[in-house]
Design a protein. Structure first.
Length: 260
């Protein structure tokens, strides 16, 4: 289980995550979406969990063990982080970029072996990039690059995946492929925590929704229990929630705007 207790983070002298509210736990096999407006702290929370930025106070526990004293490689064996946008600057091939997910398991001076490369190839196939292994990453489209980042995170084989807007650059087909893949991974007992702006994609793909506003955790609920009130509180505009389709899935639609 992943547990966060009274976590706070400051950047540039400003407190981004507020400790009074920033406490939650995620069970193995859960898919959890972070929702909130721009600047609410979603990306900062993911980066703090991954150890990419330092926390001020609080605890980040995995299986009841404090992660703060772990080395970079030790932490990477627990947390795989896929940033929202990664601009590849080196002319690596797609396969070379994805196999880097195996780095936490390399011993000093070791090289990637055939099993590492096969794991990377399998990950590429799972994100619908089979046949792209020899392409140069700097020549890819935004959506293709985003899937390379996700494939690398999957290749890392960590029990916790931290994904920042995993479907933001993807067309509907590949967004669905990635969301179904994450669900499949969670069924194996791994934890998925992902920041999202697409509320309906979050409702349809996550078990739970965590809502952040100005660095505070203001809501934690099942995706099937989302309400118009929490959406209005978080985003500052009215919402309507409809039940639609043969499976009575929930859809959130912004209400009428007030014109001044």
């Amino acid at each position: 289980m992943l547990s966060v207790d009274k976590l706070s983070v400051s950047l540039g002298g400003r407190e981004i995550l507020l400790p009074d509210t920033m406490s939650f736990s995620i069970e193995p096999g859960e898919v959890v979406s972070l929702l909130g407006p721009n600047g609410s702290g979603k990306s900062t929370l993911l980066r703090a969990l991954a150890g990419l930025i330092k926390k001020n106070t609080g605890e980040i526990l995995f299986d009841a063990a404090d992660t703060s004293s772990l080395s970079v490689k030790e932490r990477a064996r627990i947390f795989a982080h896929a940033p929202q946008s990664e601009r590849f600057s080196s002319d690596y091939t797609v396969l070379e970029s994805v196999v880097m997910g195996r780095y936490p398991y390399l011993r000093s001076l070791d090289s990637y072996n055939s099993d590492d490369y096969q794991t990377a190839m399998d990950s590429l196939e799972r994100v619908d990039l089979a046949g792209f292994e020899n392409r140069i990453v700097t020549k890819l489209s935004g959506g293709e690059s985003a899937r390379v980042v996700i494939a690398r995170a999957i290749t890392q084989d960590s029990p916790v995946l931290l994904l920042d807007e995993p479907a933001a650059a993807l067309d509907p087909k590949h967004a669905r492929i990635v969301m179904e893949l994450l669900k499949e991974i969670s069924d194996d007992g791994r934890i998925i925590l992902m920041a999202m702006h697409d509320i309906n994609l979050a409702i349809s793909s996550a078990d739970r929704l965590l809502f952040l506003v100005d660095g505070a955790l203001v809501g934690d609920m099942s995706s099937s229990n989302i309400t118009e009130d929490i959406l209005e509180r978080v985003y500052g505009i009215p919402w309507e929630i409809w039940s639609t389709g043969s499976d009575a899935r929930l859809v959130a639609i912004p209400g009428k705007y007030i014109t001044l």
